[in-house]
Design a protein around this ligand. Structure first.
Ligand SMILES: [Zn+2]
Length: 305
């Protein structure tokens, strides 16, 4: 598939407290692995444009946007929620993290691309309509979904394979039956969302030590039937890689081949259903080597599909 990686140097400028796992080096690990793999010649690399305030408001209450703007420090760091910090340059990162998804939507709807991976930070899937949380300022993916809806896309599926539940994304779309949200997560675990399901909400909790075979069973039994019937026009992925065996943030046992397998399944499904494309957003992933290997396995599966 015609695939782009969308990023921006400003996404490195967002810094949190020393030794925080959500660090700028995460993006370096992905960029370095891209070069080492030789995949860089097969993907387009695009710079994320700046998002505007009106875009944040597509998915968030104005009170949250006001709060973030007022909280941005002139120097030093301030805490938004206890584990999410802002530095003086955080806004520069945030506007590109959101902008990456807007560009991805524009390029796919213009039929210039089939797939895009937004290699950006801060991540987004814990940000609800009203709150920043869990290293996330705004819900980048949710904003891109709302933007795609504003461009006329009727049915959108979101698949979230980060080890943590995408509670922010669930919060934003829970009353929208034109968006199917499928989320796997270690359970019980942060953010300790009550597990609920409805016609367009498929939550798939996994016990500690679940591995690739559990992922395959989950996809085939829980997600594939729902996705096939729902017939999305566009597929979004919250691509967190913190369920990796080497990632100490959690206790699942996925490896890069599992991420490649799931990505291939989604790419095949996208083609079968005649979807316009796949837009994937980096969420978690904190073991730097495993993150780089997994993210590039994910992108390679998009390219090769
Ligand atoms: Zn996570």
């Amino acid at each position: 598939m015609r695939t782009a990686i969308i990023s921006h140097p400003h996404c490195r400028k967002h810094k949190m407290i020393d030794d925080h796992p959500e660090c700028p080096e995460r993006l370096d690990a992905i960029a370095d692995r891209l070069l080492a793999s030789g995949l860089d010649i097969a993907v387009q690399q695009k710079q994320a444009p700046k998002a505007q305030r009106e875009h944040y408001l597509l998915a968030h209450d104005e009170a949250l946007v006001n709060h973030v703007e007022r909280t941005l420090p002139l120097e030093g760091l301030v805490s938004l929620d206890g584990d999410t910090w802002l530095c003086p340059d955080s806004q520069k990162a945030v506007e590109r993290a959101v902008g990456a998804g807007l560009l991805a939507v524009d390029e796919i709807l213009a039929d210039n691309l089939d797939a895009a991976f937004c290699s950006v930070r801060p991540p987004g899937h814990h940000a609800t309509r009203a709150t920043s949380a869990g290293f996330c300022v705004y819900n980048n993916l949710a904003i891109a979904v709302k933007y795609a809806q504003s461009k006329g896309v009727k049915r959108i599926a979101i698949v979230d394979f980060d080890v943590h539940h995408g509670n922010g994304t669930q919060d934003i779309f829970i009353d929208d039956d034109s968006v199917l949200f499928c989320s796997l997560f270690q359970y019980p675990f942060y953010p300790n969302t009550a597990v609920e399901n409805n016609a367009t909400l498929v939550n798939s909790p996994l016990p500690i030590a679940s591995d690739g075979s559990d992922l395959k069973a989950l996809y085939e039994q829980q997600w594939l039937p729902k996705l096939s019937v729902f017939q999305p026009e566009l597929i979004f992925i919250s691509a967190g890689f913190d369920a990796h065996l080497e990632d100490d943030m959690a206790s699942l046992k996925f490896v890069e081949d599992d991420y490649a397998w799931l990505t291939e399944q989604l790419a095949t499904l996208s083609k079968q259903l005649g979807c316009k494309g796949i837009i994937s957003y980096l969420e978690g992933g904190y073991a730097l080597s495993a993150l780089g290997r997994s993210a590039i396995a994910h992108v390679k599966a998009l390219v090769d599909s």
